[in-house]
Design a protein around this ligand. Sequence first.
Ligand SMILES: Cc1cc2nc3c(=O)[nH]c(=O)nc-3n(C[C@H](O)[C@H](O)[C@H](O)COP(=O)(O)OP(=O)(O)OC[C@H]3O[C@@H](n4cnc5c(N)ncnc54)[C@H](O)[C@@H]3O)c2cc1C
Length: 426
Amino acid sequence: MVEPAALPHVVIVGGGFGGLYTARALAGRPVRVTLLDRRNYHLFQPLLYQVATAALNPSDIATPLRSILRKAANVTVLLAHVDRVELDHRRLVLDRGEMGYDGLVLAVGASHSYFGHEDWELLAPGLKSLEDALEIRRRVLLAYEAAEREQDGAEQRALLTFVVIGGGPTGVELAGALGEISRQTIARDFRVIDPTKARIILLEGGPRILSTYPESLSGRAQAQLERIGVEVRTRAMVTQVTPDAVWLGGEQIRCRTVLWAAGAAAAPLGNTLGVPLDRVGRVLVESDLSIPGHPEAFVIGDLCAFLHQTGAPLPGLAPVAIQQGRVAAENVLQRLAGQPTRPFHYRDKGSMATIGRAAAVAVIGRVQLSGLAAWVAWLLVHIISLIGFRNRVLVLLQWAWAYVSWQRGARLITGPWRGRSESGGS
Ligand SMILES: Cc1cc2nc3c(=O)[nH]c(=O)nc-3n(C[C@H](O)[C@H](O)[C@H](O)COP(=O)(O)OP(=O)(O)OC[C@H]3O[C@@H](n4cnc5c(N)ncnc54)[C@H](O)[C@@H]3O)c2cc1C
């Protein structure tokens, strides 16, 4: 029998979709695997907006990596931030110490991009982590609370104006959920303000929302949003964000809550590699997902620019990261065994975005769905893909309850109140 210490050491950085599926594919294989992540849980990002809008709790969409990988005896999970990768020395520099490897899979995902306006980040939080989701939830709920106490009419209107910047799937989901909160969930809970009069404005710089979907579905998504009170504005380029307004050139929209769903960039770890990156910081990989000149190191998921299929990078989607994780696992084993690797090919099974209760759009192969049918498809896919049996049952029950009762229950609590600037984020 081969002693474990004598087995090659594969390090995976990132326990998101890509890293987790790599680790699962390497479970029980003849390698020692270390999975490093700066947090100790896998996060189901597609449902983050549900936490941000008080429909789900953080624990419903986060599962400890250790428990997911409990049965994978050759996989060790370590909580660590990777500061730098030294490809030439096959070494990682961690927040504390260093770690060598024989094979490497980098799956550290993406972060926000404010297109050079980094100062907007405090004023307009984006949605990538549980912390972001809870901060957004806090700002939204505090804005209603502040409006209820506000004497000044103009300030009250600003508090009840919510601007979402970016009309991609995340922006659409956030705006839809904000519309439902104001029109349904808390519609009768206040005495001074009328939450149903809140303005939810979705700003998109391009000619239509959901630009990666067929045009007809963009139109239907817009109509579904407008039905729940969301004002959709396309060709609306944001030029300035301040604590109390969003500016579109000379036009000012007074508001106290601004959410950012407009841009993503690859995680900063890619910058430490010293290899060619694309415009948004993704690593340009070979067709087998390896880094050019470093055949033992692979990059997958949102950090990866894979140009070998269509000439353009694959979209930043969970199924891309999952499928790449499985192939990277096989390829790293092949490489360590001195065998040829195989090229990656993405199998697109469709995409979907939800807008609200019984409202969504979906493209599955050649089939385009919208409304209730798309929403049911969306619900089933997301519940089935949630990692961990406990989560699945809990999420299903909570949704069922929310669906029949329109309630978000105890998740609507927030505080403490620290002053007027709170909801503006200044
Ligand atoms: C709000 C939102 C909604 C989305 N909705 C959908 C959807 O509906 N459908 C869909 O298919 N996709 C959706 N996506 C995209 C999908 O979540 C990503 O494409 C997918 O998560 C990418 O997987 P990944 O493994 O590359 O990165 P991630 O899943 O982001 O995982 C990266 C991991 O790396 C860790 N990490 C980062 N840097 C370091 C470091 N320096 N050291 C240690 N650890 C590090 C992070 O903690 C994280 O666990 C959504 C994304 C967001 C943000």
